[in-house]
Write a protein that binds this ligand. Structure first.
Ligand code: HEC
Ligand code: HEC
Length: 297
């Protein structure tokens, strides 16, 4: 819409025509668009037309999948599927090497070790960190996997077995070893539980009640030594922890030790055999083994 000549207004300072818009006394000048800007604008339009012809751009009709493919027949979905297939293939080469390799070979082969550690770390983050912590540092009831304290054994083979079959899990081959609930199931009286707790505390130098410790020692020999050992150093076949150190799975204060003996804990760790690839389980074992506490065969 052009402005009638008699309404045209020329700005006195710049000599440029105004658009007639005015805000609080400030008037808009009607300068032409800069040429460089116009050329970019036209180039974009041309580019858009070319793009529409060659690349997916126009949404498919209702019911049709995706958009038109364009003359290049391009599809990001097909590309992703192809990349994934290539990745699977590259990985399966490594994975089959991991599966076939002898456990002891993996750690002495730098290339295999790198693969195992990378795959193990990533699988650990996805599957194990919820319970054992992102750095495998553990939490109350969930063992720290970085130290050299092992309930079931710290060799590669033992670690792999733990991961594969779980602990008190549903798997037929699961690691088993249930501590009885001495108080709740009335195997011991409240006093006997307190005394034997006192004895347990004394093993790491945390009890002053010598009389209770003496009474507790008798109960321990009769009831607990079968699993925890005569010297209370534990038994890995049963997952019974060493009670003489200051490393506690559930806690070493008086109340917690009493509660452990009264109700027993018997926590479970799932079996991973049916959920994870065999190569991934091996990689996880190598990863856990490498974290500082790994034992030699
Ligand atoms: C649902 C929680 C949970 C998840 C998930 C879990 N764990 Fe465990 N894990 C446990 C518990 C609880 C124990 C200790 C059981 C016991 O008292 O013997 C344990 C014990 C272990 C042990 C034995 C430690 C020792 O001292 O002998 C290893 C090794 C282990 N887990 C590795 C893993 C790995 C690797 C994963 C991932 C694939 C994993 N765990 C996932 C709960 C879990
Ligand atoms: C049948 C074997 C068995 C017997 C008998 C047994 N325990 Fe245990 N005990 C275990 C196992 C296995 C664990 C680890 C349980 C778990 O992870 O939940 C354990 C754990 C413990 C813990 C926890 C240690 C920690 O690090 O937090 C204490 C304390 C303990 N037992 C004391 C005793 C005392 C005291 C007796 C005797 C009154 C006893 N146990 C008898 C198998 C046994």
């Amino acid at each position: 819409m052009s402005t009638p000549d008699n309404e045209r207004e020329i700005d006195a300072v710049s000599g440029v025509e105004t658009t007639g818009h005015e805000w609080d006394g400030i008037k808009e000048l009607n300068n032409p668009l800069p040429r460089w800007w116009l050329w970019i604008f036209y180039a974009c339009i041309i580019w858009a037309v070319i793009y529409m012809v060659f690349m997916p751009a126009i949404p498919g009709l209702p019911g049709a999948e995706g958009a038109t493919r364009g003359l290049r027949n391009h599809s990001e979905r097909v590309n992703v599927a192809r990349d994934m297939a290539a990745l699977e293939e590259a990985r399966s080469v490594y994975f089959s090497r991991l599966t076939e390799a002898d456990l002891s070979e993996i750690e002495s082969d730098p290339e295999l070790l790198t693969i195992a550690l990378a795959a193990g770390e990533s699988a650990f983050g996805d599957n194990c960190a919820t319970c054992h912590g992102a750095g495998a540092q553990g939490a109350r009831g969930y063992p720290n996997l970085n130290d050299d304290v092992w309930l079931w054994g710290g060799t590669l083979e033992e670690i792999r077995r733990t991961i594969r079959y779980g602990i008190r899990s549903e798997h037929m081959e699961t690691r088993m070893g249930d501590m009885p609930a001495f108080g709740r199931d009335e195997l011991l009286s409240r006093e006997e539980v307190n005394d034997v707790a006192e004895y347990v505390l004394s093993l790491s130098g945390h009890s002053e009640d010598a009389a209770a410790v003496d009474r507790g020692a008798e109960t321990f020999a009769a009831q607990c030594a079968v699993c925890h050992g005569d010297n209370a150093m534990g038994n890995r076949d049963l997952g019974a922890p060493n009670l003489t150190d200051t490393d506690w799975l559930y806690g070493g204060d008086r109340e917690t030790v009493r509660e452990t003996i009264w109700s027993a804990r018997n926590s479970t760790m799932p079996a991973w055999e049916s959920r994870l690839d065999d190569a991934v389980i091996t990689a996880l074992a190598v990863y856990v083994h490498s974290r500082g506490g790994g034992e030699e065969d």
